[in-house]
Design a protein around this ligand. Structure first.
Ligand SMILES: [Zn+2]
Length: 572
């Protein structure tokens, strides 16, 4: 199957293409250098062309379902009836599985990663991922409060910890190491939390600092495609930016094993908080951006707040209890045996509430005050900051100071005194946006080498065409056109197949699931499994044999190989 896309204004940062009028050739689902004459053609007519969007942090499967059950009212939002091609869609903050795939594809996205799955719940996560049409996906596996992690960290046995991570990724068919409020998930089992990097987790005698550092080390020993993906301690507490900065400094302790960061710190809208209470609450994104501008090997994402309904969901159990009390909201709580915790709380972000207005500013500030767009990815931490269907709104805000000023005029006045956003006039361009939604997200997750986020020869033929001509539009003044175009791709091509045309789904192929098979010496696995077998015998409610995700749960796998490299060097 061959396809030629003619005359597109292509933005492909990885290959240094910034709006050049270029043709793209596609054969058998990949980008090639040429195709035979007479093949199918699409005339882009000077319109904007990018690689398919890649979402590096979203919640699309697993505890999402708790949100669906808790919020039957949400299912009535966003109802789209069945068509000849599509199944019926429901939901806005917690859409059904079909809506997930279709809505990403309509925005020109072709890949999305679930940011947190507990190993014990991974079967369910994959059952849902299997039902999401069109897009490729993967899931990051929670390790930060797991008993074996903390035992091996205390013993400072990095071989066993690496063997455990490799086994955990296999057991969960996971793609990388997620760490949420390290140590806090275990403490939550006793109704408690950790309050900083140096609190000691009772019974295990380890600190969050040790957990993060050790997991970074084994991440690089295993040469995993992605880095450690960290949700910092103290999320949701005024003044937490100091904990965030202290956590980010840990990235200096470990060298990356490949061309990427060693730590990705996620959804900083929830972690850049100054002040000591809700009264003097303020944005400290300037301090975070200063750190990012002066340090490499570390990346972040926005977790942009969107006004209106959201459903917060996180493995950070204690923060959700605090949210539910504060908001008098519905509260779903989970404890995953020897692993992490979780919580789900609905929320509505309101422009007249000072805290929400200040938080709205934070994600944008982070992206606009950080010089390098590869260091701040575009996310809403769907559906925590807001549903992913609002990415076009975020793009328009980043590209237009005029739009930001129009929005600021409608917000609580605290946005003037407690944030920097009113005085920031930087406007991002199409190349920056292509980085924050494609090149950067793919690089950070570790998918550049696996065909995502760029349009070079050999890449996956995941391509989006938007109905705007970059050399004719002024994104600053015409921000409404920008938002409209990114909301409804003229074409989305997935693996060489047209799946969206003029904003409508035309085909619903099954996407693939990326997971990582990391090899470690058998002797390390054998030693490690003695501990694991003991824990299953004594503490787990299920049998080891029923714990592993079998191949049948991942019918279209894309297995990325990784494995031990004992020569990882540490920086003193
Ligand atoms: Zn998240």
């Amino acid at each position: 199957m061959e396809l030629l896309i003619r005359n597109g204004a292509v933005y492909d940062p990885v290959n240094g293409i910034k709006g050049d009028k270029t043709d793209i050739s596609v054969k058998n689902g990949k980008i090639v250098d040429k195709v035979s004459s007479g093949c199918k053609e699409i005339d882009a007519g000077g319109r904007l062309v990018m690689a398919g969007g890649v979402d590096a942090h979203s919640h699309i499967a697993g505890k999402v379902n708790v949100g669906r059950i808790m919020r039957p009212e949400d299912s009535r939002a966003g109802i789209e009836p069945r068509t000849k091609t599509t199944r019926p869609c429901t939901g806005y903050t917690v859409p059904n599985v079909y809506a997930m795939g279709y809505r990403y594809a309509k925005m020109g996205y072709t890949t999305a990663f679930e940011a947190a799955q507990a190993i014990m719940n991974a079967r369910h996560t994959h059952e849902e991922l299997e039902e999401i049409p069109i897009i490729d996906k993967g899931a990051l596996t929670l390790f930060g409060s797991n008993w074996p992690t903390m035992d091996f960290v205390r013993e400072n046995d990095m071989d066993k910890l690496a063997a455990y991570v490799a086994w955990g990724l296999l057991a969960s068919r996971g793609f990388g190491i997620k760490v949420v409020n390290p140590g806090g998930g275990e403490m939550w089992g006793f109704g408690k939390n950790v309050t900083g990097l140096d609190d000691v987790v009772p019974e295990f005698e380890v600190t969050p600092r040790q957990i993060i550092t050790s997991l970074m080390k084994v991440n690089e020993m295993l040469e995993l495609p992605h880095s450690v993906h960290l949700h910092c301690n103290n999320l949701g507490k005024p003044g937490n930016y100091t904990t965030t900065l202290e956590s980010m400094k840990l990235a200096k302790l470990v060298k990356p094993s490949k061309d990427r960061q060693v730590m990705h710190v996620t959804h900083l809208t929830f972690n850049s908080w100054g002040g000591t209470n809700w009264g003097d609450f303020e944005s400290k994104t300037d301090e975070i951006a200063k750190f990012l501008n002066n340090n490499d090997n570390i990346t972040t994402d926005m977790g942009q707040l969107i006004f209106g309904n959201a459903t917060t969901m996180t493995a950070d159990g204690p923060v959700q209890y605090a949210n539910a009390k504060l908001l008098h909201a519905k509260w779903g709580n989970g404890d995953v045996e020897l692993e992490d915790a979780s919580g789900v709380v609905p929320i509505t972000y309101v422009k007249q509430i000072s805290i929400h207005s200040i938080m709205w500013a934070m994600g944008l500030e982070l992206a606009l005050l950080t010089n390098d767009p590869y260091k701040v990815l575009l996310t809403t931490d769907h559906p925590n900051g807001g549903p992913f269907v609002n990415y076009p709104e975020v793009i328009a805000l980043l590209m237009s100071n005029k739009k930001r000023q129009e929005e600021i005029a409608t917000l609580h006045k605290a946005v003037h005194s407690q944030t920097k956003i009113p005085g920031i006039d930087r406007e991002l361009d199409f190349n920056d946006i292509a980085i924050m939604t494609r090149a950067g997200t793919s690089k950070v997750i570790g998918l550049l080498d696996h065909g995502k986020g760029h349009l070079g020869i050999g890449a996956d033929a995941d391509i989006s065409i938007y109905d705007i001509k970059p050399d004719e539009i002024d994104p600053s003044a015409e921000h409404a056109k920008i938002k409209k175009a990114f909301s409804s791709a003229a074409y989305t091509i997935k693996g060489g197949e047209v799946v969206v045309k003029d904003g409508e789904i035309t085909s619903t192929p099954m996407g693939r699931t990326f997971w990582v098979d990391a090899k470690v010496p058998q002797a390390h696995t054998d030693e490690m499994m003695k501990d694991i077998r003991m824990k299953f015998k004594n503490y787990y409610s299920i049998n080891l044999a029923n714990y592993m995700v079998q191949d049948a749960y991942v019918t279209h796998p894309n297995v990325v190989k990784a494995g031990i490299n004992t020569a990882v060097s540490e920086v003193d």
